[in-house]
Design a protein around this ligand. Structure first.
Ligand code: AMP
Length: 412
């Protein structure tokens, strides 16, 4: 019997794993430019945390949680998203009292028991950013522009930033009523939507199941403050030269959003078209027992980001610069020492097995894609030299060990 990965879980191999590293590196660079610092939160939390923050009526909590009891009977869950843990950490560690900004980013695996398909996994990586304590629309624009900047630097094409405002506790109740009465008049709502109708009518707009085409749904009438906020948000996106599209149907799947929401979509991934999403969650920290702290944030899916830059994966293939080859079995120690010497000089190198034949080692050298083979036999060892062969031009010459670093570095 051989072991298999569990359905929905996968191995990420080179060069795809290198694409993930690249995405993480670019993200870290941009986070630094924007004043964000890293936060690391646990993969396991009390289940209750997600009911309270992600929301009891959301698909994530109702259908997709990896929920389990540990040996002492505690009701726990693998995190399905990062915001609840960051919010909890913000409260537990009194981060509002540090006198510093509340900008945190995380790079972490999330777990959702969704139906697996292309671009949708049960363990996937999110890179997320939260700005807690920030109420102004400048912060919304800063957050969304930062997201757009990451994808721009990744070289991703065909992306579309969609935005909307969901209003606040003063303008939303009126909208809710209007929406419920409109939706109640619709025939053929799916069974989940019929359940959502009273508890969470906004989510009906987001239904992915074929139902009635909700084209003439009422749009939200924002209160004065929300309208000003939304206009400023859009203006600052324009100042950042970020293109955007207003989508009045964009509601995002979670309970905690207010005012600004946004989603970054791609046309190149079929049904799983969302690569990132976020928005403002002004009430969450207080609802969770913390100090009143307005906040805005987003999360991007690294797995999908890696897919949309698939054309670039070739760039991530890693090759050593030098491949060590021993001309005979006795030269192993000398070649091994040379390899360690080159590495100490920051020259990457590799070797196969010094006890194998010269021919077989040279075959591995050619296959490795290295620029040079560094070959040593009895003479070379005696004279403290190595025969350096350029595996592309096939040129070969003997060089002193002391000159090796300089000659190689000149050719790279
Ligand atoms: P969400 O907060 O659910 O909108 O998730 C943010 C981003 O995470 C999405 O835009 C996707 O790129 C990514 N994502 C969400 N769920 C999955 C999944 N099951 N597999 C892979 N990526 C996902």
């Amino acid at each position: 019997m051989t072991y298999q990965t569990i359905r929905g879980f996968r191995d990420i191999l080179p060069p795809q794993s290198d694409a993930f590293s690249f995405i993480e590196k670019i993200s870290r660079e941009i986070f630094t430019l924007y004043g964000y610092r890293e936060i690391r939160i646990p993969a396991v939390e009390y289940f209750e945390l997600f009911i309270k923050s992600t929301g009891e009526t959301t698909d994530i909590v109702q259908k997709e949680m990896y929920r389990f009891k540990d040996a002492s009977g505690r009701d726990l869950a693998l995190r399905p998203e990062g915001t609840p843990g960051v919010a909890r950490a913000y409260i537990n560690n009194n981060l509002s009292q540090t006198g510093l900004n509340g900008k945190y980013f995380y790079i972490a695996d999330m777990f959702r028991a969704e139906r697996p398909q292309a671009g949708r996994y049960r363990q996937f990586e999110q890179i997320g950013a939260e700005n807690i304590g920030a109420s102004s629309p400048y912060s919304d624009a800063e957050s969304a522009a930062m997201l757009a900047e990451i994808f721009k630097r990744l070289g991703a094409e065909n992306l579309r930033l969609e935005i909307n405002s969901l209003g606040c506790p003063s303008c939303r109740p009126k909208y809710r009523e209007k929406l419920i009465s409109y939706l109640s008049s619709q025939k053929d709502l799916c069974s989940s939507c019929l359940q959502r109708l009273e508890k969470n009518p906004l989510r009906v707009l987001d239904c992915k199941i074929d139902g009635p085409k909700l084209t003439d749904f009422p749009s939200i009438e924002l209160c004065g403050d929300c309208a000003v906020h939304h206009e400023k948000f859009k203006k600052c996106l324009s100042l950042s030269k970020v293109d955007f599209f207003e989508n009045p149907k964009l509601v995002r799947g979670l309970d905690y959003y207010q005012r600004t929401v946004f989603e970054l979509k791609t046309s190149s991934l079929g049904a799983q078209d969302a690569v990132a999403g976020g928005g403002r969650y002004d009430g969450l920290i207080k609802d969770m027992g913390g100090p009143a702290s307005p906040a805005v944030g987003w999360a991007l899916g690294a797995d999908r980001a890696a897919m949309i830059i698939e054309k670039r994966w070739g760039e991530f293939e890693k090759k050593s610069n030098v491949f060590l080859v021993s001309a005979d079995k006795e030269r192993g120690d000398y070649c091994f020492s040379l390899a360690q010497f080159l590495r100490s000089e920051n020259i990457s190198c590799d070797f196969s097995d010094f006890s194998l034949s010269f021919k077989s080692q040279m075959r591995s050298a050619d296959k490795s894609g290295a620029l040079f083979a560094a070959i040593a036999g009895e003479d070379e060892e005696k004279n403290g030299e190595v025969s350096l062969k350029n595996l592309f031009s096939k040129e070969q010459k003997k060089v002193k060990k002391e000159e090796l670093t300089e000659i190689i570095k000149r050719s790279l």
